[in-house]
Design a protein around this ligand. Structure first.
Ligand SMILES: *Cc1c(COP(=O)(O)O)cnc(C)c1O
Length: 410
């Protein structure tokens, strides 16, 4: 058993050749942290083991990137905690090209003068959604906030009580409305709202009608929500814009997921949606719709604070370009590919994983798998750690199998 007095000094430990090879400040920090822990362990009556080895491990740990690739074995294709959409190769190539050199981000090459960063994705978004105009900001929360601030500041926004949602991580429609400077006017009830409720609520102070996709919850039973066409009629009658927060806003036709084109065709004046949900691109908020309204958003001071950066725009352009050929989009955009893959093929991968990993994975391994390199995140349920193969590729199945065997000590 070591004693506190017997612990080496910082300088003594730093003479280890593995630590000597590292930058001095980083090595010294690792040694100090190691010694501090060792003191605590000795006071608690434990043996701290080989301190030089531990300091080397500490140093490696400190140098390892904190934001890392993870193997998603949850089966949740758009997992907000796991970075949502993995990007298509074609999108990543655009990021590399634009990121490693200068670019025409805000330069009009034809005119030889300042241009707009928004121009790069406008025409492809017009083409894909049929919109007159488009704008891209950091995420959909920012898009909704900007639309409300630019069109509703100091005035009333009508929202159904059935759509006053929280998406997660504090994005609550009533709070976003308050922050934008607009006033919330609730209409209808939690389960039933009719177009007539909006009609009755319109007053001299009304700025716009906001429709919000319910996204992550459903009200079942005795329910009613007006569709975009009915809301558009009310909006038209009073000369007010209808803003549709679609949430995901898929381009690919998914059952019950409204597309931006459908929303605009049905009469919405603006549609807002995320870049990294069903679209399968980078984090971004996309607003499409009437040119005069988009222009008001573009001119609002918040736009400057919320605008997307060049890497996002490059990845978004790369992703959107794939949608010009729908079959290519399904083959190459990971989110689409995983969502449409037949269950039978997922099952075959799962059977292969079970074979390679040696059967069911015990719950106790879940923590070890999260600590693996790369980490594996599964689902703990009923005493097992379930590994869902919908979100694992063929080669990732091999990786996971190896990591499971390692975690078991096989
Ligand atoms: C997800 C979502 C948002 C927020 O989008 P982010 O891109 O995550 O900022 C806003 N509204 C709805 C309806 C959503 O589903």
């Amino acid at each position: 058993m070591k004693e506190l007095r017997g612990l080496p000094s910082v300088d003594e430990l730093l003479r280890d050749e593995r630590l000597e090879a590292a930058p001095r400040a980083a090595a010294a920090t690792a040694v100090r942290v190691t010694l501090e822990r060792a003191r605590e362990e000795i006071r608690a009556g434990a043996d701290p083991g080989d301190l030089a080895d531990r300091a080397v491990r500490e140093l490696e740990e400190a140098r390892r990137p904190r934001l890392r690739r993870v193997l998603n074995a949850t089966g949740v294709v758009v997992h907000t905690n796991l970075g949502r959409a993995p990007l298509a190769e074609a999108a990543l190539e655009r990021v590399l090209e634009v990121g490693r050199a200068y670019s025409n981000l805000e330069y009009d090459l034809g005119e030889g003068r300042r241009g707009s960063r928004q121009d790069h994705v406008t025409s492809i978004l017009q083409h894909l959604t049929g919109a007159q105009a488009a704008l891209v900001v950091n995420n959909n929360a920012a898009a909704v906030m900007l639309a409300l601030a630019a069109l509703g500041e100091g005035r009333e926004v009508l929202v159904s009580r059935g759509e006053l949602i929280e998406i997660g991580d504090g994005f609550r429609i009533p709070d976003v409305l308050a922050r934008s400077g607009a006033r919330l006017r609730e209409v209808g009830t939690t389960n039933r709202t009719r177009a007539a409720d909006y009609e009755a609520a319109v007053g001299p102070d009304t700025a716009l009608l906001l429709r919000v996709h319910q996204s992550n919850f459903r009200v079942l039973g005795f329910t009613e929500q007006p569709g975009v066409p009915e809301l558009a009629l009310v909006a038209r009658r009073h000369g007010l814009p209808l803003v549709d927060d679609l949430g995901s806003g898929a381009f690919h036709a998914f059952e019950a997921e409204p597309s931006a084109r459908e929303s605009l065709d049905a009469g919405a004046d603006l549609a807002c949606f995320s870049g990294d949900k069903l679209l399968g691109g980078p984090q971004a908020g996309i607003v499409v719709g009437r040119a005069d309204l988009v222009e008001r958003l573009r001119r609002h001071p918040l736009q400057r604070a919320l605008r997307a950066d060049k890497l996002t725009l490059a990845a978004l352009e790369g992703t959107l370009a794939l949608y010009l050929d729908p079959e290519r989009a399904i083959r190459e955009i990971p989110v689409l590919r995983m969502l449409v893959e037949p269950a039978e093929r997922v099952r075959r991968r799962a059977e292969r994983l079970a074979d390679l990993a040696g059967g069911a994975v015990e719950e106790e391994l879940a923590g070890l798998l999260r600590a693996a390199d790369p980490p594996v995140v599964g689902i703990v349920r009923d005493g097992r750690c379930l590994l869902d193969c919908r979100t694992l590729s063929e080669s990732e199945v091999d990786e996971v199998a190896g990591l499971v065997r390692e975690a078991r000590g096989d």
